[in-house]
Ligand binder design. Sequence first.
Ligand code: PHE
Ligand code: CO
Length: 287
Amino acid sequence: MSDMADRISIRRDDYVIDQNWAAYTRQEHAVWDTLYARQMDILKDRADPAMLRGLETLNLNRGGIPDFREINAGLRDRTGFEVVAVPGLVPDAVFFTHLANRRFPAGQFIRRPDQLDYLREPDIFHDVFGHVPLLTDPVFADYMQAYGKGGLRAMAFGRLANLAALYWYTVEFGLIRTPRGLRIYGAGISSSRNESIFALEDPSPNRIGFRLERVMRTRYRIDDFQQTYFVVRSYDELFRATVDTDFAPLYARLADGLGHEPDVVLMDDEVISRGTQAYARSRTAGA
Ligand code: PHE
Ligand code: CO
């Protein structure tokens, strides 16, 4: 029985695999280094300082693909979060269960050298460079764990689409206000060279103050730059708006799904900048 488990690979039901760090090739480490150098150059004045501090704290700049054993040693004393390797996207319930137990599932593989700019599936660069630094922040780490619990609850309510929009517009594509202006904290932005510039500087997208229910009603694009970015004042604000709110009555009101188009500006939105949507229009015209 255990013999057989050794020879054939049996998928554990939590999808966790060994990172097998020693097996990464020199070329794979070089892809990490190229991406790291490119992003640091762009992010030093664009990312939330908390994210940049996290990168340093965890020594993610020491060259080559990071070893999860080292990352976890660094995370353990700070927030008790842990990174576990998975083969790629995992089923929703598996993902939520990991988060609820303070484990962040990260893709084990790295993109090929011809995929530096865009990749559909999250690889180790997106997951580790993008997501892991903020797991050193106690409030953000608690938000991630609460999100995992909330995910299991949303599934039970049949409102996963609404909760997924919250993740999308915060964890993946969120902006934060700082004394020095808007900064990036979403991993989908921070792991992408072009979107890091677009999200902050392009006149095309809207930038709108975060409001929980508004965000949870808003559709989003998965294959192109966002048409709207939502801006939080702090991770505390995000935490209080979500963790201290019982979503059950909200889910009841949201029964009609994602009603707002990705580019809409509502009367009661706090508009930080109203986008021209010129980029989005040029993309549809060309399609
Ligand atoms: N408070 C949410 C609920 O009642 C759970 C949650 C917390 C969801 C944080 C997302 C983020 O379901
Ligand atoms: Co991600």
